[in-house]
Design a protein around this ligand. Structure first.
Ligand SMILES: Cc1ncc(COP(=O)(O)O)c(C=O)c1O
Length: 363
C-alpha cells in the first residue's frame, strides 16, 4: 500500500505549505482590477526589487504572462517574433501569439543548451527594405532556464549579447523566465543582473517557488501599463488577488533558498540513474531541477512500463517519449525520496531484464 506519494512529474505539483495557507487566510485584500489590492501591490513591489525593472504585474499563469508580453511588444498585426523552435512559447502555448495576437513566429533552431546561434538570430531579422513582402520583426524571445533543454541555464553573457543585437536592430527582448530563479541560483548570478538586458520577463510563482497559482511580468512602467489593459482583455484581471499573492510572498521568502538543494537532488538522481545498466542520463546537462532519463533499447524497458511500475510504489514521473521519462525535483521531494526512487527504478529495470532472459526466444 502506498503511504506517501513521491511526485516527480513537474515542479508545478507542489502543495501550498502551512505558512502559505496561513498567509492566504489572513491576507489583506481589495479589488486588484481597480489597483487597490494591498497584498498584490506588495508582491509587485517585491518583484520590482528582485528584478530591477520599473514595474510588475500579477497574471494567472505563465502562458498568459508570455502571451501578454509578446502582444504588448508586437502591437501591430503581422509583427514577427524570433524564438527557439523548442521554446515553451512556440511548442506548448497553443500558438496563442498567432491565434489570438496575429503575431508571426520565426523560429531559430535551439541548441542543446537552449541557446540559439546569435548569427542565426541576426540572419532571421527581416530586412525592413522589403516590408512590402515581409512581416516586421519586433521581438526576440529567450527562455531561462530552458525547459525542453532539460532545465539548462542561459548565461548572462549570452543574454547581454542578444540584448545588444536586439538594440542594434530596434527590437525588444523578452525572457520566458518561468524558472529564472532556478537559473539565477545555478549560475550564481542575481536575477536583476540576469535579466538586465531584457525589456520584459515573465516569471512563474507556481513552479520551483512552490506557490499555488500565478506568474508575474516585469518591465518598464509604460510596458506594464499596456500589459495591464491586455490582461483585462484576456480575462486575466482578477479581484481579490491578495489571497494568491500572499502565498507567493511566502514562496519568495521561504523557497528561493531551497532551489540549490533541489538542484543537488537532481544531480544525485541523475548520477544514480546513469549508473543503472540500460539507462542513460546526460549528467553534465543537469544544471537545475529537471532530469531527462533515456531508456536504452537493450533494457527491455519502455517509458510507459517504467511509469506503471513506479506508480505501484507511489512514485509519479512523466513519460516524454516511448523511451524517455522526465523527472522534476522540487522542495517537497526529500533526499530519502531520491534514494527510494533510485532503488525502485533499479528494481523495475532488473525485473524487465529478467523477463527478457526468461523469454523462450531470449529476445
Ligand atoms: C518554460 C515555461 N514557460 C511557460 C510555462 C507556462 O506556465 P503555465 O503552466 O503557468 O501557463 C511553462 C509551464 O510549464 C514553462 O515550463
Amino acid at each position: 500500500m502506498v503511504t506517501r506519494w513521491i511526485d516527480l512529474r513537474s515542479d508545478t505539483v507542489t502543495k501550498p505549505t502551512e505558512a502559505m495557507r496561513s498567509a492566504m487566510a489572513k491576507a489583506e485584500v481589495d479589488d486588484d482590477v481597480l489597483t487597490f489590492d494591498p497584498t498584490g501591490l506588495r508582491l509587485e513591489k517585491e518583484m520590482v526589487r528582485i528584478t530591477g525593472k520599473e514595474a510588475a504585474l500579477f497574471v494567472p499563469s505563465g502562458t498568459m504572462g508570455n502571451l501578454i508580453s509578446v502582444l504588448t511588444h508586437c502591437d501591430v498585426r503581422g509583427s514577427e517574433v524570433i524564438l527557439g523552435h523548442n521554446s515553451h512559447i512556440h511548442v506548448y502555448e497553443n500558438g496563442g501569439i498567432s491565434t489570438i495576437g496575429g503575431v508571426h513566429p520565426r523560429t531559430v533552431i535551439n541548441n542543446k543548451d537552449g541557446t540559439m546561434d546569435i548569427n542565426m538570430i541576426e540572419a532571421a531579422i527581416r530586412d525592413p527594405a522589403f516590408e512590402i513582402c515581409y512581416p516586421t520583426t519586433k521581438l526576440i524571445c529567450l527562455e531561462n532556464s530552458h525547459c525542453n533543454a532539460g532545465g539548462r541555464c542561459i548565461s548572462v553573457e549570452y543574454i547581454d549579447k542578444v540584448g545588444e543585437l536586439a538594440k542594434k536592430h530596434g527590437l525588444k527582448l523578452h525572457i520566458d523566465g518561468a524558472r529564472i530563479f532556478n537559473a539565477s541560483t545555478a549560475l550564481g548570478v542575481p536575477v536583476d543582473r540576469l535579466v538586465q538586458a531584457a525589456d520584459s520577463v515573465s516569471i512563474c510563482l507556481s513552479k520551483g517557488l512552490g506557490a499555488p497559482v500565478g506568474s508575474m511580468i516585469v518591465g518598464s512602467k509604460s510596458f506594464i501599463a499596456k500589459a495591464k489593459i491586455l490582461r483585462k482583455t484576456l480575462g486575466g484581471g482578477m479581484r481579490q488577488i491578495g489571497v494568491l499573492c500572499a502565498a507567493a510572498l511566502v514562496a519568495l521568502q521561504d523557497n528561493v533558498g531551497k532551489l540549490e538543494d533541489d538542484h543537488k537532488k537532481a544531480k544525485t538522481l541523475a548520477e544514480g540513474l546513469d549508473s543503472i545498466n540500460g539507462l542513460r542520463v546526460d549528467v553534465a546537462a543537469v544544471e537545475t531541477n529537471i532530469v531527462y532519463l533515456d531508456i536504452l533499447e537493450s533494457s527491455n524497458m519502455t517509458a510507459p512500463k517504467l511509469c506503471k511500475a513506479l506508480e505501484g510504489h507511489g512514485i509519479l514521473v512523466m513519460e516524454d517519449k516511448p523511451d524517455r521519462v522526465r523527472l522534476v525535483l522540487h522542495h517537497q521531494i526529500f533526499a530519502t525520496d531520491v534514494q527510494f526512487t533510485l532503488s525502485c527504478i533499479q528494481q523495475a529495470v532488473n525485473a524487465a531484464s529478467d523477463e527478457n532472459a526468461a523469454s523462450p526466444l531470449g529476445i
